[in-house]
Design a binder for this molecule. Structure first.
Ligand code: PMP
Length: 345
């Protein structure tokens, strides 16, 4: 990321941002090969577990902080405060601490223990909010209350356009160029919606390379917030479908919503680990279900791309590592992975 230093972004800080950009982005991409109902198929996955803190959220955190310094929206002694379902908190803790900030993370208390411990390990303060206290929406409100006292920077990932721009200029651009390296362009992209930054930003970039590309948001079957507009049901795909439709998500700019069951997503993540050694998180299992569904719908030549959002280390205390009952309706019932090829960066 090129930046010119200015009055708020000192040359030292600008140098530090450049160092951090070496640790974020430029991730590998894989062609995953599978057999579905006795027929071979393939999809493309961008491996965001290779970022500094092991998730896609590093890109957004680093980009928002960098831009906010350039625009004098953050001062060196500000506390960074954000509401998050985990990966964002980890990303802001790591990058915020590296840049010398105090960091406070406010998040629901039902997310995995590993997320909480990792944030604590980096010396960030953490406040956990129960369902009874108001969960995610209350976490966001508490951030705003703190900000009104001053000396606080809130990234506001759910409404910050820099979240989209981060994925447009980095994730999306890398995907387009990696596909170009092997003479392809994307016909479809699918990603589970947390803030929606990934699906909106990557979609915007891929449209520059193929105006016909289909961009699909994905949500849990058990909690279809994008479809209904409000929180409904409970699900086990941490990191997506929080409790509302984020402000940066423009459903009218996206193609149809794809759904994945949480049990199917868990089994998919388990299969990726046991059949290919790709130890991924539950939302990545959901994304891969979405991509295979689209590839099967669109036909053999379709280039369908999705994201591995993080790895499985933050889920070792969850159902991801337990026996999950197979159901007749699950896509994983008929999937077997046969190989993976890496695509030149
Ligand atoms: N998967 C996981 C594990 C996540 O933490 C997130 C971010 N909350 C997402 C998917 C969705 O990413 P985005 O916020 O860009 O929609």
């Amino acid at each position: 990321m090129n930046a010119t230093s200015n009055v708020c972004l000192s040359p030292e800080l600008d140098r530090q941002f450049k160092h951090l950009w070496h640790l974020v982005g430029n991730t590998p991409m894989l062609e995953l090969q599978y057999i579905y109902k006795n027929k071979p198929g393939k999809i493309y996955v961008k491996c965001e577990n290779y970022n500094l803190t092991g998730s896609i959220k590093d890109r957004m955190a680093l980009y928002i902080l960098h831009k906010s310094y350039m625009n004098c929206k953050i001062q060196p002694d500000d506390i960074i405060v954000e509401a998050t379902s985990g990966n964002t908190g980890i990303a802001f803790s790591a990058i915020g601490k590296n840049l010398g900030h105090r960091v406070k993370i406010i998040m629901p208390n039902w997310l995995s223990k590993e997320r909480i411990d990792i944030i604590k390990s980096m010396g960030a303060e953490i406040e956990l909010i129960s369902k009874e206290e108001g969960g995610f929406l209350r976490s966001i409100k508490l951030c705003e209350e703190l900000a009104s006292k001053g000396g606080v920077f809130i990234p506001r990932q759910f409404e910050n356009q820099y979240n989209i721009e981060a994925h447009e200029l980095t994730t999306g651009k890398e995907i387009a160029l990696q596909l170009e390296n092997i003479g392809l362009r994307a016909d479809a992209f699918v990603a589970g919606v947390g803030t929606g930054g990934t699906v909106m930003g990557v979609g915007k970039q891929l449209k520059k390379y193929n105006p016909e590309v289909k961009i699909h948001p994905l949500e849990p079957l058990e909690s279809p917030t994008l479809t209904t507009g409000y929180k409904v049901g409970i699900h086990r795909i941490q990191g997506i479908s929080d409790e509302f439709i984020p402000a940066i998500v423009q459903l009218d700019k996206l193609d149809k919503i794809i759904s994945a069951s949480d049990g199917d997503s868990i089994i998919m993540a388990q299969k990726l680990a046991s059949q290919l050694g790709l130890a991924v998180g539950i939302s990545s299992g959901a994304n891969i279900i979405g991509a295979i569904k689209l590839r099967e719908e669109m036909g053999d030549d379709a280039v369908v791309v999705t994201i591995i959002a993080d790895d499985n280390k933050k889920y070792l205390s969850t159902d991801l590592v337990k026996d999950e009952p197979m159901k007749e309706s699950y896509l994983t019932k008929d999937i077997h992975f046969t190989g993976s090829l890496s695509i030149k960066r």
